[in-house]
Design a protein around this ligand. Structure first.
Ligand code: ADP
Length: 250
């Protein structure tokens, strides 16, 4: 479990996170929405110690992240807005193996995790592929696989759909949905909630604070006022696989 208590984070005089308290249960899929600059990225970077609180605290499984960021990072995996920022190797397999290698696991265990993580994102057997030759959607899935290979309790994905075309987005969403059904917890930072009505909860930030929270259907009508695009929760389901926007553009 992730517990955020009265968190304040400042950049200079500005309070990017201004008194946030939030709990994320194991296995929960939480969407963190809100307009650009509302403090989402700053908030989630406290979950694994990439940033430290100016005031308040963040606990993972009851222990303050500030006391043991290494432990927090094994519990809370994170991918960044641009997946290319997370890659450390030229090929898919080497990249996904990098985290587990740093945990000092056996080769057999590392290989198992790489295989299963790639399979979870539908990239089975692509170990030897060069990352720079992959599509944007495939790169996003490699980044998710790299985080999954750490077998964290929570996976934080910061704008995982940015820059993806609709089919790639659909493919990533579908994978997340299945992983969630299998018990992985997610915090997905996104200002675009299309196709994500299956999530457990939405938390909307505004000006560094939590402005609204609720299950997807409960919160929908409040979203436009909070700078979040109305979702069409299950837009991509069904036979067409085409979002409202794409359909309108035809
Ligand atoms: P979001 O993820 O919702 O777009 P951010 O957490 O990135 O919001 O930003 C919140 C606020 O903090 C914004 O006003 C942004 O300009 C500011 N900010 C973010 N990162 C930095 C930084 N490294 N230095 C100074 N200001 C920052």
């Amino acid at each position: 479990m992730i517990e955020v208590r009265d968190l304040i984070h400042r950049y200079g005089e500005e309070r990017a996170v201004d008194g946030v308290s939030l709990e994320v249960a194991d296995g929960e899929c939480l969407l963190l929405a809100g307009a650009n600059g509302s403090g989402k990225t700053t908030l989630v970077r406290h979950f694994n110690g990439l940033l430290e609180p100016d005031e308040g605290s963040v606990l993972v499984d009851g222990r303050p992240v500030a006391e043991d960021a290494v432990r927090a990072r094994t519990r809370v995996g994170m991918t960044f807005q641009d997946p290319r920022d997370s890659f450390v190797s030229a090929t898919v397999g080497a990249d996904v193996a990098f985290g587990p290698e740093n945990l000092g696991l056996t080769r057999t265990e590392i290989d198992r995790r790489v295989r299963e993580s790639l399979s979870a994102v539908n990239l089975d057997g692509r170990e030897e592929a060069r990352i720079d030759a992959l599509s944007g959607g495939e790169q996003a899935r490699v980044a998710v696989a790299g985080a999954l290979a750490m077998e964290p309790d929570h996976l934080v994905l910061d704008e995982p759909f940015a820059g993806l075309d609709w089919p790639s987005r659909r493919s990533v969403v579908e994978r997340l949905r299945r992983l969630h059904a299998d018990g992985t917890g997610f915090v997905v930072v996104t200002h675009d909630l299309r196709d994500l009505g299956w999530a457990d909860r939405v938390v909307v930030m505004r000006d560094g604070r939590i402005a609204a929270t609720g299950a997807p259907p409960e919160i929908e009508e409040r979203l436009p006022d909070l700078g979040v695009r109305p979702p069409g929760w299950n837009e991509g389901e069904g036979s067409t696989g085409v979002g409202r926007e794409d359909a309108a553009a035809r």
